[in-house]
Design a protein around this ligand. Structure first.
Ligand code: HEC
Length: 149
């Protein structure tokens, strides 16, 4: 149990948003006899973001292999409704970039596009980065690794 807690805490430090009071997970304390457990719960937005990250990791590999079988996941549209972690609400910047991001992520799958799939993919990842620059800087290094050089 202790290991797991440390691991989660480390995850928070690495991937959460920058400042200590804006973590992407909320903490609940469970007391079992004399033992106290700190349980971390991901927000809906945090869970969606993790899914978006792993999806794009896979998509990048498929583009590099020149064999794209993935499609645009409708679930990504939930970016407009998913609940953010404690105390955070959508800003104007968030709404602006979420629209741009969904548009760019969809454009990857337009078959008659004149732009290369690599450029369309990188454009979508750039939209992740644009939003993160104003809304949540912590995961930026992790997101940059998704870009295809
Ligand atoms: C419109 C703004 C916006 C866009 C676009 C966006 N993000 Fe996020 N991201 C956020 C916010 C805000 C959070 C913090 C979530 C919370 O506080 O609940 C976040 C959190 C994250 C996290 C941390 C999740 C965690 O709790 O560990 C990762 C990783 C992440 N985003 C990756 C991505 C990737 C990859 C993309 C593009 C495929 C992307 N984001 C696009 C705003 C955005």
């Amino acid at each position: 149990m202790q290991k797991r807690i440390e691991f989660l805490f480390l995850g928070l430090l690495i991937f959460g948003c920058n400042s200590s009071n804006t973590s992407t997970e909320s903490k609940t304390t469970i007391v079992d006899g004399t033992t106290r457990y700190e349980v971390y719960q991901s927000s809906e937005m945090s869970a969606l973001m993790k899914a978006m990250h792993s999806y794009n990791t896979q998509l990048k590999a498929q583009i590099l292999d020149d064999e794209v079988t993935l499609e645009f996941p409708e679930a990504f549209e939930n970016i407009d409704v998913a609940q953010l972690s404690d105390g955070k609400s959508r800003t104007q910047a968030f709404d602006h970039y979420s629209g741009k991001f969904i548009e760019a992520q969809k454009a990857i799958f337009e078959e008659d596009s004149t732009v290369s799939i690599k450029d369309r993919y990188n454009n979508a990842i750039t939209m992740c980065l644009s939003c993160h620059q104003t809304e949540c800087t912590g995961p930026i290094p992790k997101i940059k690794k998704l870009l295809i050089k």
